[in-house]
Design a protein around this ligand. Structure first.
Ligand code: MG
Length: 388
């Protein structure tokens, strides 16, 4: 993505974008490689992630809905792969409009959920719970880093994908900050500073993508109904009303789709504008000033932030933690924690490559690594075979 393609009216000062040339600091790789004749280092990283095995498995991992358990059945729900592609679209749009490094942004968006275990957040919670009994935790950002630096095996010269420093930093820090005191192993990732805007964008693009998609899928599943969404989400209601003023004869489903599209567009546009406002207020013209700013600069305006928080609270109360989701969550906990216990009790059930990790990583971490990589259907099959 060249700078020329960005819109000069919305672009931030040039020095704020991460430099992507082969000599730039953030394109450094752990194992030096000669530059590619026509692809930039970050474009290569995006391609390496896209071609990774862990990326393909996102197709078989739940985002929110475990699709087989909905009555009537539906196969329109987002998987973690289609969610990832939606995040990539939003993040790339923002990066291009802001004149940021769109190739770095794309690589980070593609990788942002690569560390997620099966069964969505219920699976992650169950795996974390199982690990806590061994004084360990499961963190999907840190797991994503382990995937790209170790578990992917595609190259003869090194293990992992040998991604650039900028992509590895963004994978770790896009959604939270880690302190050097508790995570000395992450010291190369500028822990005393914020990540570049390209990485900060990912967390917001993720929120915007899943909040709007979950309204859509929640309505599609029948767990949410339209009146409930209109009552609980004023941002949606405003656009839904506007659609009917413009198209009085609109079919109900099309009016919902239009309203959700407008919610998405409003959130993205607000974020774009607010980043420009924040950067201008700071007077920043360089990446270093973004890194040393008093807070992360990729944020919504205060009124839109309040509207976003309302959508999120609504979805937690009425969808994520609703009784309609309980069966799926309980099943996730049963399968993940059950298989974890079975593998701890009999490590010989581990495949040879994972078993070889036990001396270095310990049994509990090795079992968690194995489970985290599984798709929903793979873990179900394994549980049926060896779990009970
Ligand atoms: Mg996500």
């Amino acid at each position: 993505m060249s700078r020329q393609e960005s819109n000069p009216a919305t672009a931030l000062p040039l020095g704020i974008a991460v430099r992507g040339g082969p000599d730039a600091e953030l394109t450094r790789r752990a194992h030096p490689e000669p530059p590619h004749p026509y692809r930039s280092p970050f474009a290569r990283d995006a391609a390496r992630i896209l071609h990774a095995r862990a990326f393909r498995r996102l197709a078989g991992k739940t985002q929110v809905f475990t699709r087989l358990r909905v009555d009537p059945p539906s196969d329109h729900f987002r998987s973690r792969l289609t969610h990832t592609l939606e995040v990539t679209q939003i993040a790339r749009t923002l990066a291009v409009a802001l004149g940021l490094n769109a190739e770095l942004t794309e690589a980070l968006a593609l990788a942002h959920d690569i560390g997620h275990p099966p069964f969505g957040h219920a699976g992650e919670k169950a795996l974390d719970h199982a690990l806590q009994a061994h004084d360990l935790r499961f963190d999907h950002n840190l797991h994503a880093l382990r995937i790209v630096t170790w578990f992917e095996e595609r190259y003869a010269a090194f293990r992992g994908l040998n991604l650039t420093l900028g992509v590895r930093e963004g994978i770790v820090k896009h959604s939270r900050d880690y302190s050097a005191a508790t995570h000395p192993e992450l010291s190369e990732f500028y822990l005393d500073r914020f990540p570049p805007l390209e990485a900060q964008l990912i967390d917001m693009a993720d929120e915007i993508a899943y909040l709007t998609a979950d309204l859509d899928d929640g309505l599609g599943s029948g767990i949410l109904n339209l009146e409930q969404v209109r009552d609980g989400v004023p941002l949606f209601r405003g656009f839904h009303d506007a659609v009917f003023r413009e198209f009085p004869a609109a079919a109900p489903k099309l009016a919902v789709n239009e309203a959700i599209n407008r919610v998405l567009n409003a959130l993205v546009t607000n974020l774009l504008n607010e980043i420009q406002v924040q950067v201008a207020a700071l007077g920043a013209t360089t990446l270093n000033e973004i890194r040393l700013a008093p807070q992360r600069l990729a944020a919504l305006s205060p009124p839109m932030e309040a509207a976003r928080a309302t959508v999120k609270e609504f979805l937690y109360a009425n969808l994520y933690n609703s009784s309609g989701m309980e069966e799926g969550h309980n099943r996730a906990a049963e399968v993940v924690e059950g298989l974890f216990a079975a593998l701890i009790a009999d490590p010989s059930l581990l495949p040879a490559d994972h078993l070889a990790q036990v001396p270095a990583e310990g049994l509990a971490r090795t079992v968690a690594d194995y489970i985290a990589g599984m798709t929903d259907s793979y873990i179900e099959q394994l549980w049926a075979r060896c779990g009970r």
